[in-house]
Design a protein around this ligand. Structure first.
Ligand code: GTP
Ligand code: MG
Length: 564
């Protein structure tokens, strides 16, 4: 992996260093004491202090300076670079393979891209007609190059069996969680590719709305992104609204744009997304399988970026979701145990079918992450502050009201004090499973704003208060049987880990995190078999429902529809 990276900076925006076995061993030694080495502290300090907005700007800038190049299966890397450097200095590049071999090339200057595009031909096709839309996704043809295979950076995560094998080499649960994090988290290349795709989509949107921008939200940016996760994009039209950009001449006369009026904000979103969806379908660079899902609670355009191998969701005017991503980013970077725990538990939930890629009555990754944050707020002393505490630290610049909702919280990570809690990750993992194994879901609601349980305002089986739109439940979609399953599996996994902890040596393999990622010991019991049948039936019903909805009205069950 390392050898294929030709990046001048291999620092992950949200990741951690010390990926070697020696590093892990060293960490294992200090993990028991709940302290970090000096080297780790320095690495942490260097990387966690960047604010969300600064990271976004920096990454978007990289994306804007980059081109996506479809390559022949074999290409001579030196000649490839030599050709490109005729147009300007190349800052970074890497190859990756999805359906075919591709490269991402970042130039130092934006003018180099103009020069490259000016030298790029519009293809001719004898049988078909081409739509001459120019973009930063081009193809390179290498006729007379002596061709070699290039090393491609992986764009998908490690196979499950290999992951389990690797986890078993860990010296402690802490160590295992770190291995899992390093194996599953988004790589530097995947992050760069995601931003590049967002700028390609942005180029289409800004052809209509020059002041609009396309931003990333969700797990691609909230520090909990796993290789292969979807790319959540939103078209930000905020800068278009209500601001006069030029000077109005004095006196009693003012000017305004002639603009079409529609009945609601939602209707405006639908109109805009419909047009952008049409463009993506007609000539979006690399976009396939475009679906306009405009009747969903939050209208969206869903498509795949074929070359990048990314499923994408584009919404409009979704600033609260971006703010939720920023909040999660802050939590993910306040304390290194947060990401490690979230990655471990997201993987655990996925293998047990607690979460699913199919929309339905399952707990979503977003809800699960919120539950983990709530648990961490409840430790003594707390591992992370509550949202109200983050709000109390906010300065003038942090004040933020979106659609009447108070979204104020401190944005500067440097101003959040480190936690006094030093519990090892293994303890937190077991305690999480125990905490929710006996949580009173019937009566209580989860609220990360206050960090305390309170009575549920209504009878949903799982009530997780939306941190910003406080009258909403982000887990409205979850049914009773899914809550029961979650509780049962949490209890069972806690039992497995406690049992292992009580034995002096690791007598069994797989052990620790690996053991709870594999099917439990009671997997073959008749109750488990029955549960699995019910689960399979529920999945089929849910899938059929979503297909029916799509056929009937173009509507499907998407994330923000979870709440009411
Ligand atoms: P992945 O499963 O890795 O894609 O995690 P994700 O966090 O990206 O989740 P998803 O793609 O389902 O949603 C993207 C973002 O939309 C989340 O990070 C949240 O910010 C927001 N979101 C998702 N579900 C809800 C919901 O039910 N209510 C609200 N208000 N926001 C949601
Ligand atoms: Mg997502």
């Amino acid at each position: 992996m390392e050898s294929c990276i030709r990046l001048s900076s291999v620092v992950r925006s949200t990741g951690r260093a010390l990926s070697t076995a020696a590093g892990r061993q060293q960490r294992a030694l200090v993990a028991e004491a709940g302290v970090f080495t000096d080297q780790e502290k320095q690495t942490e300090e260097k990387h966690i202090r960047k604010n969300f907005e600064d990271v976004q700007k920096e990454r978007q800038n990289q994306g804007r300076h980059s081109v996506l190049i479809g390559c022949p299966p074999k290409v001579n890397e030196n000649k490839f670079l030599k050709y490109l450097s005729q147009h300007g200095k190349v800052a970074n590049h890497f190859f990756f393979s999805s359906n075919s071999t591709n490269a991402v090339v970042e130039f130092v200057d934006a003018e180099s891209i103009d020069s490259l595009l000016a030298a790029t031909k519009i293809p001719t096709d004898e049988d078909m007609c081409v739509v001459p839309f120019k973009s930063r996704f081009i193809k390179i043809k290498a006729k007379d190059l002596d061709q070699h295979s290039v090393q491609c950076c992986p764009q998908s995560s490690i196979a499950f069996s290999d992951l389990i094998e690797k986890l078993c080499t860990g010296e402690s649960i802490e160590d295992q969680a770190q291995i899992l994090l390093e194996e599953l988290q988004l790589t530097e290349e995947s992050i760069r590719l995601r931003y590049l795709v967002s700028t390609l989509i942005s180029d289409i949107a800004t052809a209509y709305f020059p002041e609009a921008s396309v931003s990333l939200y969700g797990s691609s940016v909230n520090s909990f992104g796993k290789m292969g996760c979807d790319l959540d994009l939103f078209l930000d039209l905020e800068s278009l609204k209500g601001h006069r950009t030029g000077k109005q001449a004095g006196g009693s006369i003012t000017t305004e744009f002639w603009m079409r009026r529609v009945s609601s904000r939602r209707a405006a979103q639908q109109k805009i997304l419909s047009v952008i969806g049409e463009c993506l379908d007609g000539f979006g660079p690399g976009c396939i399988e475009v679906q306009k899902i405009l009747n969903a609670r939050c209208p969206l355009v869903r498509f795949s970026h074929q070359a990048a191998g990314l499923p994408c969701d584009l919404t409009a005017d979704n600033r609260i979701a971006l703010t939720s991503s920023e909040l999660l980013y802050i939590y993910g970077n306040i304390d290194s145990r947060v990401r490690a725990l979230v990655f471990a538990l997201r993987s655990w939930a996925r293998v047990h079918g607690i979460t699913s890629s199919i929309p339905g009555h399952w707990i979503t990754n977003f809800s699960l992450t919120t539950m983990i944050l709530f648990f961490l707020q409840k430790r003594t002393p707390p591992v992370i502050p509550t949202l109200d505490q983050l709000k109390s630290l906010a300065g003038k610049k942090d004040k933020c009201i979106i659609e009447g909702n108070d979204c104020t919280f401190i944005r500067d990570l440097n101003k959040v004090k480190p936690s006094a809690n030093t519990e090892p990750l293994a303890t937190l993992l077991i305690e999480f499973l125990e905490f929710y194994g006996k949580f009173d879901f019937k009566t209580h609601c989860i609220d990360i704003r206050k960090g305390t349980e309170k009575n549920k305002p209504e009878s949903s089986p799982l009530y997780i208060q939306n941190p910003f739109e406080q009258t909403l439940n982000i887990s409205k979609n979850v049914n009773q049987s899914q809550v029961h399953r979650f509780v049962d599996i949490a209890q069972e996994s806690a039992f497995i880990l406690q049992d292992q902890m009580s034995q002096s040596s690791k007598s069994k393999n797989p052990w620790g995190l690996a053991s709870i990622l594999l099917s439990s010991s009671t997997e073959n019991s008749s109750t488990t078999k029955k549960k699995k049948k019910v689960e399979a039936r529920e999945r089929i019903v849910s899938l059929l429902e979503s297909l029916r909805n799509k056929d009937n009205s173009g509507k499907t069950d998407v994330k923000p529809e979870a709440e009411h």
